[in-house]
Design a protein around this ligand. Structure first.
Ligand code: HEM
Length: 299
Protein backbone atom coordinates (compact mmCIF):
# COMPACT_ATOMS: atom_id res chain seq x y z
CA UNK A 1 0.00 0.00 0.00
CA UNK A 2 1.39 3.39 -0.99
CA UNK A 3 0.43 6.70 0.60
CA UNK A 4 -1.46 9.20 -1.58
CA UNK A 5 -0.63 12.18 0.70
CA UNK A 6 2.75 13.92 0.64
CA UNK A 7 2.39 15.30 4.18
CA UNK A 8 2.03 12.63 6.85
CA UNK A 9 0.78 14.84 9.72
CA UNK A 10 -2.98 14.64 9.03
CA UNK A 11 -2.85 10.92 8.42
CA UNK A 12 -0.90 10.27 11.63
CA UNK A 13 -3.29 12.39 13.68
CA UNK A 14 -6.28 10.61 12.13
CA UNK A 15 -4.69 7.20 12.93
CA UNK A 16 -4.13 8.18 16.58
CA UNK A 17 -7.71 9.52 16.78
CA UNK A 18 -9.06 6.18 15.50
CA UNK A 19 -7.18 4.38 18.31
CA UNK A 20 -8.64 6.80 20.89
CA UNK A 21 -12.14 6.24 19.46
CA UNK A 22 -11.70 2.48 19.74
CA UNK A 23 -10.56 2.86 23.38
CA UNK A 24 -13.61 5.04 24.03
CA UNK A 25 -15.95 2.38 22.59
CA UNK A 26 -14.42 -0.18 24.99
CA UNK A 27 -14.61 2.24 27.91
CA UNK A 28 -18.31 2.84 27.13
CA UNK A 29 -18.81 -0.93 27.19
CA UNK A 30 -17.09 -1.15 30.61
CA UNK A 31 -19.35 1.62 31.95
CA UNK A 32 -22.58 -0.05 30.83
CA UNK A 33 -21.41 -3.59 31.68
CA UNK A 34 -20.57 -2.58 35.25
CA UNK A 35 -23.83 -0.62 35.56
CA UNK A 36 -21.86 2.60 36.17
CA UNK A 37 -23.84 4.67 33.65
CA UNK A 38 -25.59 6.72 36.34
CA UNK A 39 -22.70 6.98 38.79
CA UNK A 40 -22.37 10.62 37.71
CA UNK A 41 -26.02 11.69 37.95
CA UNK A 42 -25.34 15.17 36.53
CA UNK A 43 -23.81 16.33 33.25
CA UNK A 44 -21.33 17.70 32.17
CA UNK A 45 -19.87 17.70 35.75
CA UNK A 46 -19.85 14.63 38.01
CA UNK A 47 -21.39 15.13 41.48
CA UNK A 48 -21.09 18.85 40.72
CA UNK A 49 -17.28 18.78 40.41
CA UNK A 50 -14.41 17.82 38.10
CA UNK A 51 -12.87 15.78 40.94
CA UNK A 52 -15.67 13.40 42.04
CA UNK A 53 -15.46 10.93 45.00
CA UNK A 54 -12.87 8.16 44.48
CA UNK A 55 -15.23 5.22 43.93
CA UNK A 56 -14.66 2.69 41.15
CA UNK A 57 -18.07 3.09 39.45
CA UNK A 58 -17.88 6.87 39.56
CA UNK A 59 -14.39 6.80 38.07
CA UNK A 60 -15.45 4.44 35.27
CA UNK A 61 -18.14 6.91 34.24
CA UNK A 62 -15.99 10.02 34.85
CA UNK A 63 -13.03 8.37 33.04
CA UNK A 64 -15.36 7.61 30.11
CA UNK A 65 -16.40 11.25 29.98
CA UNK A 66 -12.80 12.53 30.22
CA UNK A 67 -11.66 10.14 27.49
CA UNK A 68 -14.74 11.21 25.52
CA UNK A 69 -13.71 14.86 25.86
CA UNK A 70 -10.14 14.16 24.68
CA UNK A 71 -11.34 11.94 21.83
CA UNK A 72 -14.03 14.40 20.73
CA UNK A 73 -11.42 17.20 20.59
CA UNK A 74 -9.00 14.95 18.68
CA UNK A 75 -11.73 13.99 16.19
CA UNK A 76 -12.61 17.61 15.47
CA UNK A 77 -8.95 18.70 15.11
CA UNK A 78 -7.93 15.73 12.95
CA UNK A 79 -11.05 16.07 10.78
CA UNK A 80 -10.48 19.80 10.18
CA UNK A 81 -6.76 19.22 9.48
CA UNK A 82 -7.61 16.51 6.96
CA UNK A 83 -10.48 18.49 5.37
CA UNK A 84 -7.98 21.32 4.68
CA UNK A 85 -5.61 18.90 2.94
CA UNK A 86 -8.13 16.92 0.88
CA UNK A 87 -11.29 17.26 -1.19
CA UNK A 88 -14.11 15.06 -2.53
CA UNK A 89 -15.54 12.07 -0.64
CA UNK A 90 -13.08 12.17 2.29
CA UNK A 91 -13.69 15.84 2.92
CA UNK A 92 -17.47 15.24 2.84
CA UNK A 93 -17.21 12.21 5.15
CA UNK A 94 -15.16 14.10 7.71
CA UNK A 95 -17.56 17.06 7.69
CA UNK A 96 -20.25 14.49 8.49
CA UNK A 97 -18.07 13.15 11.31
CA UNK A 98 -17.78 16.61 12.88
CA UNK A 99 -21.60 16.92 12.77
CA UNK A 100 -22.04 13.44 14.26
CA UNK A 101 -19.64 14.24 17.13
CA UNK A 102 -21.94 17.12 18.14
CA UNK A 103 -24.96 14.78 17.97
CA UNK A 104 -23.25 12.04 20.02
CA UNK A 105 -22.21 14.48 22.77
CA UNK A 106 -25.75 15.84 23.09
CA UNK A 107 -27.21 12.30 23.04
CA UNK A 108 -24.74 11.23 25.75
CA UNK A 109 -25.96 14.10 27.91
CA UNK A 110 -29.62 13.21 27.26
CA UNK A 111 -28.89 9.55 28.15
CA UNK A 112 -27.58 10.64 31.57
CA UNK A 113 -30.15 13.33 32.29
CA UNK A 114 -33.11 11.05 31.40
CA UNK A 115 -31.54 8.12 33.31
CA UNK A 116 -31.84 6.07 30.10
CA UNK A 117 -29.45 3.29 31.31
CA UNK A 118 -32.32 2.10 33.51
CA UNK A 119 -33.86 0.88 30.23
CA UNK A 120 -37.42 0.77 31.45
CA UNK A 121 -38.98 1.73 28.14
CA UNK A 122 -38.68 1.19 24.40
CA UNK A 123 -37.75 4.87 23.92
CA UNK A 124 -34.81 4.61 26.32
CA UNK A 125 -33.52 1.47 24.57
CA UNK A 126 -33.58 3.44 21.29
CA UNK A 127 -31.86 6.42 22.95
CA UNK A 128 -28.95 4.41 24.41
CA UNK A 129 -28.62 2.32 21.22
CA UNK A 130 -28.59 5.41 18.97
CA UNK A 131 -25.77 6.93 21.08
CA UNK A 132 -23.55 3.90 20.42
CA UNK A 133 -24.66 3.45 16.79
CA UNK A 134 -23.65 7.04 16.01
CA UNK A 135 -20.33 6.43 17.78
CA UNK A 136 -19.83 3.46 15.45
CA UNK A 137 -20.68 5.56 12.39
CA UNK A 138 -17.97 8.03 13.49
CA UNK A 139 -15.49 5.17 14.03
CA UNK A 140 -16.11 3.57 10.62
CA UNK A 141 -16.18 6.91 8.75
CA UNK A 142 -12.76 7.80 10.16
CA UNK A 143 -11.36 4.40 9.17
CA UNK A 144 -12.72 4.86 5.63
CA UNK A 145 -11.10 8.31 5.45
CA UNK A 146 -7.82 6.92 6.78
CA UNK A 147 -7.86 4.04 4.27
CA UNK A 148 -8.45 6.54 1.46
CA UNK A 149 -5.03 8.06 2.10
CA UNK A 150 -3.52 4.88 0.63
CA UNK A 151 -3.85 3.66 -2.93
CA UNK A 152 -6.81 1.47 -3.98
CA UNK A 153 -7.48 -2.23 -3.44
CA UNK A 154 -7.51 -5.09 -5.91
CA UNK A 155 -10.64 -5.60 -7.99
CA UNK A 156 -10.83 -9.30 -7.11
CA UNK A 157 -11.46 -8.41 -3.45
CA UNK A 158 -14.26 -5.93 -4.16
CA UNK A 159 -17.46 -8.00 -3.97
CA UNK A 160 -16.32 -10.10 -1.01
CA UNK A 161 -15.02 -7.10 0.97
CA UNK A 162 -18.22 -5.11 0.46
CA UNK A 163 -20.48 -8.02 1.43
CA UNK A 164 -18.43 -8.81 4.51
CA UNK A 165 -18.45 -5.18 5.58
CA UNK A 166 -22.25 -4.95 5.15
CA UNK A 167 -22.97 -8.16 7.03
CA UNK A 168 -20.58 -7.40 9.91
CA UNK A 169 -21.96 -3.86 10.22
CA UNK A 170 -25.50 -5.25 10.48
CA UNK A 171 -24.32 -7.88 12.99
CA UNK A 172 -22.77 -5.23 15.22
CA UNK A 173 -26.02 -3.20 15.16
CA UNK A 174 -27.93 -6.39 16.03
CA UNK A 175 -25.49 -7.05 18.91
CA UNK A 176 -26.09 -3.54 20.25
CA UNK A 177 -29.87 -4.08 20.19
CA UNK A 178 -29.44 -7.52 21.84
CA UNK A 179 -27.52 -5.85 24.61
CA UNK A 180 -29.58 -2.72 25.22
CA UNK A 181 -32.99 -4.38 24.87
CA UNK A 182 -32.00 -6.88 27.58
CA UNK A 183 -32.21 -9.85 25.17
CA UNK A 184 -28.73 -11.19 26.03
CA UNK A 185 -29.93 -14.32 27.82
CA UNK A 186 -33.24 -14.78 26.01
CA UNK A 187 -31.54 -17.92 24.67
CA UNK A 188 -29.69 -18.92 27.87
CA UNK A 189 -28.09 -22.01 26.30
CA UNK A 190 -25.86 -22.75 23.30
CA UNK A 191 -25.90 -24.32 20.68
CA UNK A 192 -29.67 -24.64 21.26
CA UNK A 193 -32.03 -21.81 22.19
CA UNK A 194 -34.11 -22.72 25.27
CA UNK A 195 -33.39 -26.37 24.35
CA UNK A 196 -34.79 -25.94 20.85
CA UNK A 197 -33.15 -25.80 17.39
CA UNK A 198 -35.71 -23.33 16.06
CA UNK A 199 -36.75 -20.19 18.00
CA UNK A 200 -38.93 -21.44 20.91
CA UNK A 201 -41.20 -18.40 20.57
CA UNK A 202 -41.35 -15.37 18.36
CA UNK A 203 -40.88 -12.67 20.98
CA UNK A 204 -38.58 -9.84 19.87
CA UNK A 205 -35.99 -10.77 22.54
CA UNK A 206 -35.65 -14.38 21.34
CA UNK A 207 -35.67 -13.37 17.68
CA UNK A 208 -32.95 -10.73 18.22
CA UNK A 209 -30.67 -13.22 19.98
CA UNK A 210 -31.47 -15.98 17.48
CA UNK A 211 -30.80 -13.83 14.39
CA UNK A 212 -27.58 -12.50 16.00
CA UNK A 213 -26.40 -16.12 16.27
CA UNK A 214 -27.44 -16.98 12.69
CA UNK A 215 -25.46 -14.02 11.37
CA UNK A 216 -22.45 -15.12 13.46
CA UNK A 217 -22.57 -18.58 11.85
CA UNK A 218 -22.89 -16.96 8.43
CA UNK A 219 -19.88 -14.67 8.99
CA UNK A 220 -17.86 -17.57 10.41
CA UNK A 221 -18.57 -19.78 7.34
CA UNK A 222 -18.01 -16.93 4.86
CA UNK A 223 -14.60 -15.99 6.26
CA UNK A 224 -13.56 -19.65 6.59
CA UNK A 225 -14.62 -20.32 2.98
CA UNK A 226 -12.53 -17.35 1.82
CA UNK A 227 -9.43 -18.63 3.65
CA UNK A 228 -9.96 -22.04 1.99
CA UNK A 229 -10.29 -20.46 -1.48
CA UNK A 230 -7.15 -18.37 -1.01
CA UNK A 231 -5.16 -21.38 0.20
CA UNK A 232 -6.34 -23.50 -2.74
CA UNK A 233 -5.40 -20.75 -5.23
CA UNK A 234 -1.85 -20.88 -3.79
CA UNK A 235 -1.08 -17.23 -4.67
CA UNK A 236 0.23 -16.38 -1.21
CA UNK A 237 -2.54 -13.86 -0.50
CA UNK A 238 -4.24 -15.68 2.36
CA UNK A 239 -2.69 -13.75 5.30
CA UNK A 240 -5.27 -10.92 5.65
CA UNK A 241 -8.09 -13.44 5.23
CA UNK A 242 -6.61 -15.70 7.92
CA UNK A 243 -6.47 -12.67 10.22
CA UNK A 244 -10.14 -11.87 9.50
CA UNK A 245 -11.16 -15.45 10.21
CA UNK A 246 -9.14 -15.59 13.46
CA UNK A 247 -10.81 -12.40 14.70
CA UNK A 248 -14.27 -13.71 13.80
CA UNK A 249 -13.58 -17.13 15.38
CA UNK A 250 -12.37 -15.41 18.58
CA UNK A 251 -15.48 -13.24 18.63
CA UNK A 252 -17.83 -16.20 18.17
CA UNK A 253 -16.00 -18.19 20.88
CA UNK A 254 -16.26 -15.32 23.34
CA UNK A 255 -19.97 -15.02 22.43
CA UNK A 256 -20.52 -18.67 23.36
CA UNK A 257 -18.47 -18.34 26.58
CA UNK A 258 -20.56 -15.31 27.50
CA UNK A 259 -23.72 -17.42 27.25
CA UNK A 260 -22.26 -20.42 29.07
CA UNK A 261 -21.01 -18.23 31.96
CA UNK A 262 -24.27 -16.21 32.11
CA UNK A 263 -22.58 -12.93 31.08
CA UNK A 264 -19.32 -13.18 33.04
CA UNK A 265 -18.03 -9.57 32.96
CA UNK A 266 -14.58 -10.13 31.31
CA UNK A 267 -16.25 -12.03 28.45
CA UNK A 268 -18.87 -9.31 28.01
CA UNK A 269 -16.16 -6.65 27.75
CA UNK A 270 -14.05 -8.83 25.43
CA UNK A 271 -17.06 -9.50 23.17
CA UNK A 272 -17.53 -5.75 22.71
CA UNK A 273 -13.79 -5.11 22.23
CA UNK A 274 -13.23 -7.85 19.65
CA UNK A 275 -16.56 -7.05 17.94
CA UNK A 276 -15.50 -3.43 17.34
CA UNK A 277 -12.07 -4.64 16.20
CA UNK A 278 -13.66 -6.98 13.63
CA UNK A 279 -15.81 -4.09 12.41
CA UNK A 280 -12.78 -1.77 12.19
CA UNK A 281 -10.75 -4.33 10.24
CA UNK A 282 -13.46 -5.22 7.68
CA UNK A 283 -14.18 -1.49 7.24
CA UNK A 284 -10.49 -0.91 6.47
CA UNK A 285 -10.53 -3.78 3.96
CA UNK A 286 -13.70 -2.51 2.24
CA UNK A 287 -12.44 1.10 2.28
CA UNK A 288 -11.12 1.42 -1.30
CA UNK A 289 -14.44 0.21 -2.73
CA UNK A 290 -16.50 2.67 -0.68
CA UNK A 291 -14.32 5.79 -0.73
CA UNK A 292 -11.84 6.30 -3.58
CA UNK A 293 -8.21 7.18 -2.75
CA UNK A 294 -7.79 10.86 -2.01
CA UNK A 295 -5.16 13.22 -3.42
CA UNK A 296 -3.62 16.11 -1.54
CA UNK A 297 -5.04 19.56 -2.32
CA UNK A 298 -2.28 21.99 -3.32
CA UNK A 299 -1.95 24.89 -0.84
C1 HEM B 1 -19.13 -12.48 14.08
C2 HEM B 1 -19.63 -12.74 15.24
C3 HEM B 1 -20.17 -11.71 16.20
C4 HEM B 1 -20.07 -10.34 16.20
C5 HEM B 1 -19.34 -9.43 15.19
C6 HEM B 1 -20.77 -9.87 17.38
C7 HEM B 1 -20.88 -8.53 17.75
C8 HEM B 1 -21.52 -8.09 18.88
C9 HEM B 1 -21.53 -6.72 19.34
C10 HEM B 1 -20.79 -5.55 18.69
C11 HEM B 1 -22.29 -6.65 20.46
C12 HEM B 1 -22.60 -5.39 21.29
C13 HEM B 1 -21.48 -5.19 22.29
C14 HEM B 1 -21.55 -3.87 23.00
O1 HEM B 1 -22.47 -3.08 22.84
O2 HEM B 1 -20.62 -3.57 23.75
C15 HEM B 1 -22.77 -8.01 20.73
C16 HEM B 1 -23.57 -8.36 21.79
C17 HEM B 1 -23.91 -9.66 22.10
N1 HEM B 1 -23.58 -10.81 21.40
FE1 HEM B 1 -22.44 -10.90 19.73
N2 HEM B 1 -21.28 -10.96 18.05
C18 HEM B 1 -20.94 -12.11 17.37
C19 HEM B 1 -21.24 -13.41 17.73
C20 HEM B 1 -22.00 -13.80 18.83
C21 HEM B 1 -22.30 -15.17 19.20
C22 HEM B 1 -21.83 -16.41 18.45
C23 HEM B 1 -23.08 -15.10 20.35
C24 HEM B 1 -23.68 -16.19 21.18
C25 HEM B 1 -23.69 -17.45 20.93
C26 HEM B 1 -23.25 -13.70 20.68
C27 HEM B 1 -23.97 -13.22 21.73
C28 HEM B 1 -24.10 -11.90 22.08
C29 HEM B 1 -24.79 -11.45 23.27
C30 HEM B 1 -25.47 -12.32 24.32
C31 HEM B 1 -24.65 -10.05 23.30
C32 HEM B 1 -25.15 -9.07 24.37
C33 HEM B 1 -24.03 -8.95 25.40
C34 HEM B 1 -24.35 -8.08 26.61
O3 HEM B 1 -25.43 -8.17 27.18
O4 HEM B 1 -23.46 -7.30 26.99
N3 HEM B 1 -22.57 -12.94 19.72
N4 HEM B 1 -22.28 -8.84 19.74
Amino acid sequence: MNSTLKTHGPKLLLGITILFTYALLIMGNVVTSTGSGLECPDWPLCHGTVNPPKEIGIWFEWGHRLLGGITGTLIIFSAIYMIKKTSGAVSFLLKLVVGLVCVVVVLGGIVVLTEAPLLDSYKKVMLVSSHIIIAILIFTSMILSFRATFDGGENREKVYSLWLFGIVFFQVILGIFVRYSGASLSCPDWPLCQGSVLPPDYSSAVLLQYVHRLFAYGIFCLTLWRVGMELISGQGRAAPHVLTFCLVATQATVGVLMIWTKLFLPFVILHGAVGFLVLGWVTFRAGPYLVPPVAEVEA
